[in-house]
Design a protein around this ligand. Structure first.
Ligand SMILES: *Cc1c(COP(=O)(O)O)cnc(C)c1O
Length: 428
């Protein structure tokens, strides 16, 4: 299958090129012109997750990845479960946080890493790949763990010194080998600026095979399609056609993957795009006017995005007639509601965290009696330990994965926010 550049109709690339280059000409996103439809979805839903994931991903990547190679990639990537936890008779949470860094970003990052590794092996020339990414927290951990130990791939992660929690930092600064981490004396914007300068440096890009691992890489979306099927597969057959999915959204990659799953044939009745106060999309869905405000900080900080970079893909799905606009509604949830919703869930016997709470509020708001609601649990509550503990007035134990990192040595290098220093560091 070829992928189009959504900003440049003349650029069509194969999957391998899209994964290796990330963005196309004019910063355009790569996307399939027509998302393939799967025959016999009911049969798929009856299969094991591993077998089903193969049938979902195969039509998307077969131009570049043989069936055997895809099977081995799937075995490396999908090593943890996505259980559907029942909250009450009508609502369940799809828990996507049982991977190594306890957030759903593990799915996309691991699939991307394994695909890149596969392409670099195919190229005989053992061409070098260097992943450079800036993080304010979660993405760094997912990327570091996903790429850790892979051959021929170096990873450099920049983060703002002293601006993220020690525990969050240790989730990516304690890995050795091919993962190098840099504490930049500055804020997150300084880190992003350094990354941008590096990608503008053509000589550097060529010398080290620079690649970003950010959320616009199409491979990440493909991996995320799989767990929507997993969610529906866990429902009783009789309830499968009444299913409404609420997605806590920031850059809208997660929702885009869900929409692709529906287009491929998964029976999802409708979607709710839940955001925090960064409500560009819910406002747009109401009045048709795209007018991002300044980004504001919220409890669900992984969704503090006012210009969601995956939105053009969803827009394309609607405009090309592959997804029905009326199957999508939006809801913006304020901070007080987020806290209250977290408390409501706790009273129902479920400890959640701010991102999932925002999604759950979307269901509470609009679920009809004959519908069945699924909200996506995108992170483990312990990742947002301090806010969850403060709001619910409880103590949360640290999961083993985090507790173990806390004991390890921080291996990061300090650096001023200076491009020449970074360049030398990457080359050295
Ligand atoms: C990244 C993230 C989101 C937002 O996902 P998008 O695909 O960017 O919409 C939601 N919750 C958590 C915990 C995240 O880390």
């Amino acid at each position: 299958m070829q992928l189009n550049n959504l900003k440049d109709p003349n650029q069509m690339v194969d999957y391998a090129t899209a994964v290796k280059t990330g963005l196309g000409n004019n910063q355009g996103l790569f996307f399939p012109p027509k998302v393939p439809q799967l025959p016999n979805v009911n049969e798929l839903l009856a299969m094991s997750t591993t077998a089903r994931n193969f049938h979902i991903l195969q039509p998307l990547v077969k131009a570049n990845i043989s069936d055997d190679a895809l099977r081995s990639i799937i075995a490396n990537v999908f090593t943890f479960q996505s259980p559907l936890k029942k909250i009450n008779e009508q609502v369940a949470c799809l828990e996507l946080f049982h991977g190594p860094t306890l957030a759903f970003k593990d799915f996309g990052a691991r699939f991307m890493a394994n695909c890149l590794q596969h392409f670099s092996k195919q190229q005989q020339s053992s061409e070098k790949i260097t992943i450079l990414t800036a993080t304010s927290g979660d993405t760094g951990a997912a990327v570091a763990h996903a790429f850790h130990g892979l051959d021929n791939i170096e990873v450099v992660i920049l983060f703002p010194q002293g601006k993220i929690s020690e525990l969050q930092q240790k989730m990516f600064t304690t890995l050795s080998g091919n993962i190098r981490t840099v504490a930049v004396a500055g804020d997150f914007d300084d880190c992003q600026k350094l990354v941008k300068q590096s990608f503008d440096d053509v000589d550097l890009v060529r010398a080290v095979g620079l690649n970003s691992a950010n959320s616009i890489n199409v491979s990440r979306l493909f991996a995320q399609i799989c767990y929507y099927f997993d969610a529906v597969a866990q429902l009783p057959v009789a309830q499968r056609d009444q299913c409404v999915v609420a997605v806590p959204s920031g850059n809208f990659g997660n929702l885009c993957a869900g929409i692709m799953a529906q287009t491929m044939g998964l029976p999802i009745k409708r979607f709710i795009a839940s955001t925090n106060l960064n409500d560009t999309v819910p406002r747009y869905l109401k009045d048709g006017i795209w007018s991002p405000n300044d980004t504001v900080e919220t409890l669900s900080n992984a969704m503090d995005v006012s210009k969601p970079n995956n939105w053009p893909r969803i827009e394309y799905m609607i405009e090309s007639g592959q997804f029905a606009r009326q199957d999508l509604s939006g809801l913006a949830v304020d901070e007080m509601q987020t806290e209250n919703t977290l408390k409501t869930l706790y009273q129902m016997g479920y400890i959640s965290e701010p991102h999932a709470a925002v999604a759950y509020q979307g269901l509470q708001d609009s679920l009809a009696e004959d519908e069945l609601g699924i909200f996506l649990g995108t992170a483990h509550p312990a990742k947002f330990k301090s806010s969850v503990e403060a709001i619910l007035n409880i103590e949360l134990p640290l999961p083993d994965a985090i507790a173990e990192c806390a004991e390890k040595t921080d291996l990061s290098t300090n650096m001023s926010a200076d491009y020449v220093s970074l360049r030398n560091y990457i080359l050295g």
